[in-house]
Design a protein around this ligand. Sequence first.
Ligand code: TK8
Length: 352
Amino acid sequence: MFKFKKLLSLGVVTSLAFSLAACGGGETSPSTSESSGGSDAPVQEEEYVLKIAAGTMSPEFSLAKTWRYYEEELEARSDGRINVELYISGELGGDRELSEAVQMGEIQMVAPSTGAITGFSSAFNIFDLPFLFKDRETAYTVLDGEPGKKVLGTLDEIGLKGLGYFENGFRNLTNDVKPIETAADIEGLSVRTMENDMHIEAWRSLGANPTPMSFEELYTALQQGTIDGQENPLGLIRDIKLFEVQSHLAMTNHVYSPYVILMHKGFYDSLPADLQLIVEEVTTDATEYNRGLTLEEEKDARETLEAEGMQITELPAEEIAKIQEKMEPIYDQFKDRIGEDLLMEFLSMTKQ
Ligand code: TK8
């Protein structure tokens, strides 16, 4: 549940209470500007406060940089009519709490891992299908095309506006027990997964012992040895310094993880058409900026992880094929939750 005790220390709760009183789940206040019509009365133009939050990450992480870009561009292009407040170091909670807070209008924007919001819309299970996207180009074509837009559309009826997809990246397996050189090496490993049934089933299919937990609990669980390993993109592995508590990295690239860009629908609907268009244009440009950052970040992060002493193994193609084969039944197991037509539409574009 949303962490109000944390907000009290931030003094945010007072402005949050105020914002709840305002229309659209965000604060608005009239500002005056030169009248454009015949009357000499100043035109009252609404101003909007947009609170954006994110889970645990450093200021150097690609998503943190992306949100700062978003803030600058949105305030500049709206001539200050939208005032952005960033809470992007995990101070307001993790993906699930923040998504709930956006749905309730306590904050107005977040970009969680899609794995964290399958409880909001089961269609989002599709993005955690193992080996769905073979490369970034395919992922972007599908995410930015009709299939990706169709999944975003399922959010409208639950008070969320899906605006698009930033990038988390291809997920790889780390552990503190042994090098992973074959699919069989994964058997018996206790692996932290996102709180998502598909991830749990996928790692169970490899003979691992999956332990679902929030990202915010991960570092401590690894440090205390209550789990052996976890899986995430290289940029994030580096960003929270998992090289301090993990000795092995296996380049499995088993899932491409997007971050879905969520806005409180009441807030979006309360914006005049010109500001809605600006939000959409800034989102498009921020997505391009983000994807450029994450590509560079992944290369950098691999060098850092190796320099920090992690032993990196590239599994042979036949071992990756064995992992893929063991995880294959997940597609059938989850096709009803995803929706068979949507799944077929995605597969028609990804398995070419
Ligand atoms: C960071 C999370 C992370 C996700 C996870 O807030 O939980 O492992 O991959 O990116 O969203």
